[in-house]
Design a protein around this ligand. Structure first.
Ligand code: F3S
Length: 426
């Protein structure tokens, strides 16, 4: 790999041992990937909140030790300087307000809070969400970023036209300290062209429609594919594309897509493919939608619902408001729970707007910073969940050994209120 002078200086230790270790990691990582050089980045999203699980693994009780081991893959504890690039904490293991609901012990809470404080002292912005693009981190078209979190990556690549691969904790940790990331994959113009044409022949309008379409596409195309979704008649919004991308990135490995006329790098179908012919032509109609639904809800049979989860990826304020409106005059069933997840900053606004209070009055809970899949927590005894998120219903049955229903927001809130799944097959 060719290194610029500033990169060589960092590697040689001019900025200290931790920066040298970070640069060493990026060089090794880039060489394995076949990158010829690094690229500057001033927009990094990673995950550096550590609890007891992490300190057990690295055998160090200090946050420097945890960062060295888990975020830099360093062989020993280093003194970590403040971050160089603008850096952001993604989703973490704990809701700092409702951690007792998660069942976390006091010492675990204290350890994660100390880790959060450490991040703040090092200049990492505590966005604490899988949707940084909702709370102030909206990269520009063409901006080189280094982000973890597949649902966020597919959103910023596709909808915004920013450039990032799906990074890991170590590469983002190193990018935070150096402001560099290997220049390969989706950083390169030629790797961002459409590859598979998906012709949509059935209306795709609601959040559920977009989730099913994304889930189906993720199952059909190979990891490196960039699907071009043609035939969309109604312009979607942030929530629909958030659901779509998250679904495509969970049933498969989609990191970027184009919707001609809607997403950043595809004013037309021709522009999406940049003059190349599609390698495959797929059609999505009613039969494919049913197929996606059957796959998604393969575990579901018992209609008694223990938990309804809304907010994967983290809910917008509008989604929180919609739950509040659907609950008006109703209460969550005594045998069910309704949890709504949103970014920390949006929870603050939701509290000021009275949404958090309205949810609590109806027996629901507004949570932030985490989610059941990442934090691996559910209400005690949960066997059946329902959600409006294809991603969450894809992961929770596998991770937490539960059965899952998938439906519209209205169907999910109905399940929370009645304790019974009464959703319809699409
Ligand atoms: Fe976010 Fe958790 Fe879903 S990280 S995308 S809410 S699985």
């Amino acid at each position: 790999m060719r290194l610029a002078d500033d990169e060589r200086a960092m590697l040689d230790g001019e900025q200290g041992e931790a920066v040298a270790a970070a640069m060493d990691l990026l060089v090794r990582y880039g060489e394995v990937l076949g990158a010829e050089r690094l690229v500057d980045t001033d927009n990094v999203c990673g995950a550096n909140l550590f609890g007891s699980r992490h300190s057990l693994v690295c055998g160090s009780p200090t946050p420097d030790g945890a960062f060295s081991e888990h975020s830099l893959d360093a062989p020993r504890e280093l003194v970590i300087p403040p971050v160089k690039a603008q850096s952001h904490q993604l989703i973490g293991p704990m809701d700092t307000k409702h951690w007792r609901v998660q069942g976390l012990p006091q010492d675990e809470h204290d350890e994660i809070m100390a880790s959060e404080q450490y991040n703040a002292e090092h200049g990492i912005h505590l966005l604490n969400t899988c949707t940084p693009y909702q709370v102030g981190n909206v990269p520009l078209k063409g901006e080189h970023c280094a982000w973890m979190e597949s649902s966020a990556v597919v959103y910023v690549n596709s909808v915004l036209g920013a450039r990032t691969n799906v990074e890991g904790r170590e590469s983002t940790g190193a990018a935070m300290l150096t402001g560099k990331i290997p220049y390969w994959g989706l950083h390169l113009e030629e790797n961002r062209r459409g590859s598979h044409l998906v012709e949509v022949t059935t209306p795709v309008v609601t959040n559920r429609d977009w989730g099913l379409l994304g889930y189906w596409i993720g199952e059909q195309v190979p990891e490196e594919a960039i699907p071009v979704v043609d035939g969309i008649e109604r312009t979607p919004d942030l929530v629909r594309l958030k659901h779509f991308g998250a679904a495509a990135a969970s049933s498969g490995g989609v990191e970027m897509y184009h919707v001609p006329g809607i997403t950043a790098e595809a004013r037309t179908r021709e522009e999406a493919f940049a003059g190349r012919a599609p390698v495959e032509h797929l059609r999505y109609g009613p039969a494919q939608r049913s197929e996606a639904y059957e796959h998604l809800t393969a575990t579901a049979s018992d209609t008694s619902v223990d938990l309804v989860m809304i907010g994967c990826p983290h809910a917008t304020l509008g989604q929180v408001r919609d739950v509040v409106r659907l609950l008006e005059g109703r209460r969550v069933h005594p045998d069910s729970e309704l949890w709504v997840f949103t970014p920390r900053a949006l929870r603050h606004i939701a509290e000021q707007n009275g949404y958090a209070r309205a949810l609590e009055d109806a027996g629901a809970l507004l949570m932030s910073d985490t989610c059941p899949a990442i934090g691996q927590f559910l209400p005690k005894g949960t066997r059946v969940i329902a959600t409006d998120s294809a991603k969450q219903v894809h992961y929770l049955p596998a991770i937490m050994n539960v059965h899952g229903w998938f439906g519209t927001l209205e169907e999910c809130v109905d399940a929370a209120v009645t304790g019974t799944w009464r959703g319809e097959r699409p």
